[in-house]
Design a protein around this ligand. Structure first.
Ligand code: GLV
Length: 330
């Protein structure tokens, strides 16, 4: 370690033990032990004097936070997404920002499929029906869903997770369309998928899954106009970030039958209050941002986030840094 043998680091929530142990071996750890995220003021206290921070996607790290802690050298986010961190502000101040790509790809693709299947086949409605004691007999038209096998899947965001979703679609004999701002023609050919402009994809797909990062460009990528393009039998799955979808437009589309159903891992707002219209809609299946939530994946995320943090503090190259241009600058 460059500045002291045991630098002070903040860990903003209890993460799986393997990660905490790694950090504790080398650092003085100031751990936020609450079940809920620290408030802005609590986060400021937690970060005071720290050289490193292992943060969650629920922590806002902006220029003002960074300015209060000029000794901070690394923000290691326990997530692949890092829209909670102002990366340009960090880069300007020479602070490395790290994330956890790769280790959560399969779990997130699996979860996308579980939401797709649940929404298409009305699994949660079925469970609620049984629990409510409504199951009287086998019904020829009871809780009919949409056929998945042989349907057309539209993948919006053809990065690591989108590609993994495409692989799984093969097992369902689907036609796969993809959209991204960046074309990966090699992967398109390998995975036998077809690129489409977004509007065409939305018109043609029976299932649309979202896997884009949240940026100014992708904020409300799916709004009233886009739902208007989709089939009334279509299912939307959001495994990206809540604000990629305009919530009011989604509520209207689900309520008015503009689309058949939605499966949401992420929402806007997040958390979603229990009395929110999306919760009440029977054709909306919402889970609490748990797409990467397997024991194995969260262990791997904890370990990677910790290795990222320690590498920067040791002056080494971290396994996953989103602004590598700052490395070695201080
Ligand atoms: C979860 O949403 C993540 O970005 O890892």
């Amino acid at each position: 370690m460059s500045r002291s043998d045991r630098p002070l680091v903040a860990v903003t929530r209890v993460i799986p033990q393997a990660g905490l142990d790694l950090v504790r071996e080398a650092c003085e750890v100031r751990l936020w032990a609450g079940d809920l995220p620290p408030s802005a003021a609590q986060l400021a206290d937690l970060l005071r004097g720290c050289e490193g921070a292992l943060t969650l996607l629920t922590d806002t790290i902006d220029g003002a936070v960074l300015d209060r802690e000029p000794q901070l050298r690394v923000v290691s986010n326990f997530a692949v997404g890092y829209d909670n961190v102002d990366v340009p502000a960090a880069t300007e101040r020479g602070v490395a920002v790290c994330n956890t790509p790769g280790v959560l790809t399969a779990a997130t693709a699996d979860a996308t499929w579980s939401l797709l299947m649940a929404a298409a086949r009305r699994v949660v409605e079925g469970v609620d029906y049984v629990r409510a004691g409504k199951w009287q007999t086998w019904g020829p038209t009871l809780l009919l869903g949409q056929e998945v096998t042989g349907a057309t899947l539209g993948i919006v965001g053809f990065g690591r997770i989108g590609k993994e979703v495409a692989k799984r679609a093969r097992g369902f004999d689907m036609t796969v369309l993809v959209y991204d701002t960046y074309r990966d023609e090699v992967a398109e050919a390998e995975l036998e998928v077809t690129f489409r402009p977004l509007d065409d994809l939305l018109r043609e797909a029976d299932f649309v899954t979202l896997h884009v990062a949240l940026t100014e460009e992708t904020h409300h990528l799916m709004g009233k106009r886009e739902f208007g393009l989709m089939k009334p039998t279509a299912v939307l799955v959001n495994a990206a970030r809540g604000p990629v979808v305009d919530t009011d437009a989604l509520v209207a589309a689900l309520r008015d039958g503009e689309i058949f159903a939605a499966g949401l891992d992420v929402t806007d707002p997040e958390p979603l209050p229990a009395d929110h219209p999306l919760v009440a809609l029977p054709n909306c299946t919402v889970v609490p941002h748990t797409a990467s939530g397997t024991v194995q994946t969260r262990d791997a995320m904890a370990s990677l986030a910790s290795r990222n943090l320690l590498a920067v503090l040791r002056g080494e190259e971290p396994p996953a840094c989103v602004n590598p241009e700052v490395l070695g600058r201080r």
